[in-house]
Design a protein around this ligand. Structure first.
Ligand code: S3P
Length: 209
């Protein structure tokens, strides 16, 4: 889409939005449960929150669910039990979250297991928030809550993660949203436009709850 279209779409959304009732907002996108994937720092939780608000459904943030279930932080899980134990929890939590009527924000490493990839493909639409390692490094450098980059050398670590994971995100994604200077409201408008088009294309798939 060219920039002009995106600006018009954003302006329309901002004008119309306050005047719409929750019922009107959800009429078209009533049963969609989008899943957000992407490297850490790409905005899955923050954009997920806005999208969930827009669709008037809960946000299921897998990292938050894991923290709640484990009763301790992600660095503590990595430190005490190891990454594999974290990945086991992630797979279990993903299985519980998928299929529920919600926006689902995954952790960046969710695509690393083949069984998770299979689950993601069975639960479209999957939306990849695609951001460059340079963009992400600026946002998350020094974040001690993210064990994979807590020891420093953030940019190189992100480059390596991107090398391995980009093809996997691409493989499971129904829509790729390039992140960068884009405002969050613009990102939301792009996603909503995709969801409308997607629903027209695939109909209204049933959900388990
Ligand atoms: C991870 C990303 C984190 C979290 C954990 C591992 C990863 O989630 O699940 O630290 O492997 O990329 P965010 O992507 O929400 O930071």
């Amino acid at each position: 889409m060219d920039d002009g279209n995106a600006v018009v779409k954003k302006a329309l959304l901002e004008q119309v939005w306050p005047h719409m009732t929750e019922r009107m907002k959800n009429k078209k996108l009533a049963r969609i449960s989008p899943v957000l994937v992407g490297l850490m720092g790409s905005g899955k939780s923050s954009i997920g929150r806005r999208l969930a608000e827009y669709l008037d459904v809960p946000l299921l943030d897998l990292d938050e669910m894991i923290i709640e279930r484990a009763g301790c932080s992600i660095p503590e899980i990595f430190g005490r039990l190891g990454e594999e134990a974290f990945r086991d929890m992630e797979t279990a939590t993903l299985g519980d979250a998928l299929g529920r009527h919600a926006v689902i924000a995954t952790g960046g490493g969710v695509v690393m297991r083949a069984e998770n990839m299979a689950l993601l493909k069975e639960h479209p639409p999957v939306i990849w928030l695609k951001a460059s390692p340079e963009f992400l490094a600026q946002r998350i450098d020094g974040d001690l809550n993210r064990p994979l980059i807590a020891a420093g050398d953030t940019l190189n670590k992100l480059k390596e993660l991107a090398r391995v994971r980009y093809p996997l995100y691409e493989e499971c994604a129904d829509f790729i949203l390039p992140r960068g200077d884009m405002e969050k409201s613009e990102a939301l408008a792009e996603i909503v436009a995709f969801l409308n088009a997607w629903q027209k294309r695939v109909g209204n798939p049933g959900r388990k709850d």
